[in-house]
Design a protein around this ligand. Structure first.
Ligand code: MN
Length: 170
């Protein structure tokens, strides 16, 4: 799975959209990786889940929002990788542009990979390739662990997003 924002760039006209042009994938840094949850009010309002993996924001559309009860699963559609700069983006994408509508940050914070393999942690990019990623979000509002499990392939693969536990459950 390549880490590149070429599809992100192709889909947008930066003369018309206020979204950041961003920069392409960089080598992983030592800093703790981040996540962002964007509320995206479009014709089909949804939540965008973005996880920093391999220098880009891996992105999923979650139409029904985060699961709220342990074991509950929600559909998630993997979209094009976004540049890291997108983590700070809020604004209005004009009518006629890709993703037209209002984007707001719902929560932001740290992302921790918890995917185990052979008595250690599996690097998150390999976990994604294998279609099974366990992770924890440490945000201002969301402090919970989730599983992303791939259920379908294609240009925009389908996943299930499952709540493993939240701050109220052990
Ligand atoms: Mn979106």
């Amino acid at each position: 799975m390549s880490s590149s924002i070429s599809k992100y760039l192709q889909r947008r006209d930066f003369n018309n959209s206020p979204e950041p042009r961003g920069s392409d994938a960089r080598p992983p840094s030592d800093r703790v990786p981040m996540f962002v949850l964007h509320e995206h009010e479009t014709d089909l309002p949804h939540l965008d889940l973005r996880l920093e993996i391999d220098g880009v924001l891996k992105s999923w559309v979650v139409p029904d929002g985060l699961p709220t009860d342990p074991g509950q699963q929600r559909e998630a559609l993997q979209m094009e990788d976004h540049p890291l700069e997108y983590a700070d983006f809020e604004g209005v994408i004009p009518e006629g542009e890709y993703g037209a509508g209002t984007v707001r940050i719902r929560d932001k914070g740290f992302f921790e990979n918890l995917t185990e393999k052979d008595e250690g942690l599996q690097p998150p990019h390999l976990a994604l390739e294998n279609g099974y990623l366990v992770f924890r979000l440490q945000g201002d509002q969301v402090q919970a662990a989730f599983v992303l499990q791939r259920t379908g392939t294609g240009a925009e693969p389908q996943w299930h997003l499952v709540l493993a536990w939240d701050k109220e459950s052990p």
